[in-house]
Design a protein around this ligand. Structure first.
Ligand SMILES: O=C[C@H](O)COP(=O)(O)O
Length: 214
């Protein structure tokens, strides 16, 4: 299982989380990545943790004020990027463009989607992975794998029907090792989570728990 921790715009210390994630990944052997604000990418990457961007623009170099270029995040240490997160939705053409931009910059890609139908469409764009996240469960206390296991199973089936080389992750409300194990049992090969770590008093303890049943 891949554990991808999105720090969103939470007021946490990205270096504290990154350092804890690096240490837990090293001691457990579990793949863990941290996705900070774009401005924090370089210093998070310097900790040695696998570092992901939260978004990349479909644009290439040029007159695109405010864009976050795939090349720029890669140059600042990112190894992958989220695309089309529920809190940063893109048009289909821009999702396609962002996947292409990420591939040009050698970034791994996870395209987020709300439901299995969107997962099928996202899979057709050939990212490395897709992530299903029911928006109503994001930021809550109940894991998607507990609250709506069918959506994870349906997302896995929807992706496999299009391209079984694309991995399927799930997210929303994931905060414990039990949640990660439940996601794996439903066919997910990774989890995308945020508040469980970013809002925790002790992020290291949460990360230790997250890997405890893998
Ligand atoms: O990117 C992460 C997801 O939106 C899940 O967020 P959450 O773990 O706070 O529910």
């Amino acid at each position: 299982m891949f554990i991808l921790v999105n720090l969103k715009a939470y007021p946490c210390d990205p270096i504290e989380v990154a350092t804890a994630a690096r240490d837990v990944a090293d001691s457990s052997g579990v793949r863990i990545a941290v996705s900070p604000q774009a401005a924090d990418l370089a210093r998070v990457a310097e900790t040695g943790v696998e570092t992901w961007a939260q978004h990349v623009s479909p644009n290439a170099h040029g007159s695109h004020t405010g864009s976050t270029l795939a090349e720029a995040v890669a140059d600042n240490g990112a190894e992958g990027t989220l695309i089309n997160h529920s809190e940063n939705r893109l048009k289909l053409a821009d999702i396609d463009g962002s996947v292409g931009a990420a591939e040009r910059a050698d970034l791994e890609t996870v395209v987020c989607a709300n439901n299995p139908a969107q997962i099928g469409a996202a899979t057709a764009l050939s990212p490395d992975a897709v992530a299903v996240e029911p928006p109503e469960l994001i930021g809550g206390d109940v894991s998607v794998a507990t609250a709506d296991p069918g959506i994870v199973e349906d997302a896995v089936a929807a992706a496999a029907a299009v391209d079984d080389a694309v991995d399927v992750f799930c997210g929303a409300g994931v905060s414990t090792g039990e949640d990660v194990a439940a996601a794996a049992d439903l066919g997910a090969s990774g989890v995308l989570l945020a508040s469980g770590v970013a809002k925790a008093d002790d992020p290291a303890a949460v990360l230790e728990d997250l890997v405890s049943e893998i």
